[in-house]
Design a protein around this ligand. Sequence first.
Ligand SMILES: C[S@@+](CC[C@H](N)C(=O)[O-])C[C@H]1O[C@@H](n2cnc3c(N)ncnc32)[C@H](O)[C@@H]1O
Ligand SMILES: [Zn+2]
Length: 295
Amino acid sequence: MPAPERTAGPDPWSTLLDVLVCPLCGGRLATSGGSLRCPAGHTFDIARQGYVSLLSGGSRAAGADTAAMVRARAEFLDSGHFAPLARLLAERTAAFCPAGGTVLEAGVGTGHHLAAVLDALPRAVGLGLDSSKFALRLAARAHPRLGAASWDLWQPLPVRSGSVDVLLNVFAPRNGEEFHRVLRPSGALLVVTPTARHLDELRQPVGLLSVDATKEARLHRTLSQHFRRTGTEVEEAVVGLDEPAEVENLVAMGPTARHLAAEELHRRVAGLDLPVRVTLSFRLSVYRPLVRSEQ
Ligand SMILES: C[S@@+](CC[C@H](N)C(=O)[O-])C[C@H]1O[C@@H](n2cnc3c(N)ncnc32)[C@H](O)[C@@H]1O
Ligand SMILES: [Zn+2]
């Protein structure tokens, strides 16, 4: 797929320094050489690859994608098979993001979806948080208006309260209380989860983990303390994969990769009759923040 033409617009950090705060004291961050620094002197390196290291001491949250998972994800997303999802996210984000607004993606991965969203919003800036340095290296370069920072989503977010217009959460951990705190009351949380049909054709022959049938109800229960769900839609496509590497990447970028050795995956994919038709099936839900009296 040809790379889209990108609108550079403002340096994202000039806006994002109004959004990010020092994770240790909540103070305002400013650039200082190759770092960000708060008035109390807490200093966070900007890595050579362009992302800010807010997670201290090289700490790494459980769940961070490995180098191999990120490589597989980047290669598979490059194939364009997830483009309908990126388009849908861009359309739905545009409905809630004012000109010059801020979009936060919690669990940004390679930055693929956030970059597509920013392409559709020529003046918006994006902040991507993730705990995987391998993902952040790519996210930091995914779009000129995207800033990336390392963080563990289970910790209080280093983000100013009420500063985010749209919060994207695509197959990543959800911290409802913190998502609510950082969103403007006029904002929206867009959550994408796989449906039970996602990758169904590969489930048995490759031994994929099943999508937990109670997951959607659990998701809704957790978020409903802080949000009202205002819409849900399913985006589905059947794609033909004719290269073993494509099938391997699709599996290796997801949760099954944590339970299946690469050699075994390779062996199982070699046994498939290619091309194989695979269903990609996502549910996108829109959540609006409850006001305090509704919580
Ligand atoms: C399945 S990937 C999805 C990435 C991206 N949203 C996409 O759809 O391409 C999940 C991402 O969440 C990140 N992640 C998992 N646990 C995390 C945590 N506790 N804090 C921050 N990021 C986390 C992983 O490193 C990974 O990049
Ligand atoms: Zn500080």
